[in-house]
Ligand binder design. Structure first.
Ligand code: SF4
Ligand code: SF4
Length: 281
């Protein structure tokens, strides 16, 4: 494929990704709005019932007690099955292409970048981007493990729970459900917005237990990015643009943190240095 066609294809993929994220955000807001109307929550399930992570939270209760936790139902399992099917094929692509919370974080990071007078996607040119911030290595690396710890704690807590353990602290509920009826929910919303303005995809990088659960699929999924080290000149541009802050991107394309957002592919100016392909193993 020649360079122009390849650049056009990468740009189209990015447009499709952004379109899917918009659909996810609008869908989440519609679900939230729907629950503002009297009687709807009772007839159609609570906001949590549309969350794939709700299935992980309620799995134990369903297996052992034969009933789901309050605010979840069997629909959670259907949604999780869809997310797992995507993950089997494309790793953590759900986080980069379909998660409404990921989309909001991207929007906030973009806003923050604009406020700082900086841009993304200056093809092949080094960026002096300062915002959103990158945490120093000594803080970033250990904090990445927090989401695995949260996943383990939530699964353990679900054994003794009536409600999903993450229910009172879930930023998706705070952002999309329009039910900010406690001080805690307001705090979650405000902290989520401020930290997402400061650090790109802060929730995905450090805290999201669903992202932690899906990370393993990056090692086994056939649809993945690959690098050609004859073409790559190690300019570091992809490291700067990586929304998950992965270092040495061409060497770490199967990293558990990669959300298949394709920002690296979009920004790389070297033909064939990075390719999206199906790996036959
Ligand atoms: S893949 Fe190589 S050439 Fe392309 S942006 Fe990354 S470091 Fe630069
Ligand atoms: S390595 Fe590329 S695809 Fe993966 S998160 Fe970073 S920019 Fe996105």
């Amino acid at each position: 494929m020649n360079t122009n066609r390849k650049a056009a294809r990468n740009s189209s993929l990015m447009q499709i990704r952004k379109g899917m994220l918009w659909i996810a955000v609008i869908g989440a807001f519609l679900i939230g709005i729907r629950h503002l109307f009297p009687g709807e929550a009772a007839s159609g399930g609570a906001f949590d019932a549309f969350c794939p992570f709700g299935a992980i939270e309620t799995l134990w209760a369903y297996l052992v007690r034969g009933q789901t936790l309050k605010t979840t139902n069997l629909f959670n399992f259907a949604i999780l099955s869809g997310v797992l099917a995507v993950s089997l094929v494309a790793g953590r692509a759900f986080c980069g292409w379909m998660c409404p919370l990921g989309a909001v974080q991207e929007g906030l990071a973009k806003f923050s970048r604009r406020l700082a007078g900086e841009k993304r996607h200056i093809r092949g040119k080094p960026s002096q981007a300062q915002f959103p911030l990158r945490l120093p290595d000594w803080a970033d690396r250990p904090m990445r493990y927090a989401k695995y710890l949260i996943l383990a704690v939530v699964i353990f807590a679900s054994v003794f729970s009536i409600y999903p353990p993450l229910h009172p602290l879930c930023p998706a509920r705070a952002v999309f459900s329009f039910k900010l009826n406690t001080g805690l929910m307001w705090s979650v919303l405000i902290i989520f917005i401020i930290t997402s303005l400061l650090v790109e995809r802060v929730w995905c990088k450090y805290l999201c237990p669903l992202g932690a659960a899906l990370a393993i699929f990056n090692k086994i999924s056939p649809l993945r990015l690959s690098a050609d080290f004859k073409a790559c000149n190690h300019c570091g541009r992809c490291d700067i643009e990586c929304s998950m802050g992965i270092q040495d991107v061409p060497d770490n394309l199967s990293d558990a943190e990669c959300i298949r957002c394709l920002e690296c592919l979009e920004t790389c100016a070297r033909e064939d240095a990075l390719t999206l392909r199906v790996d036959k193993h």
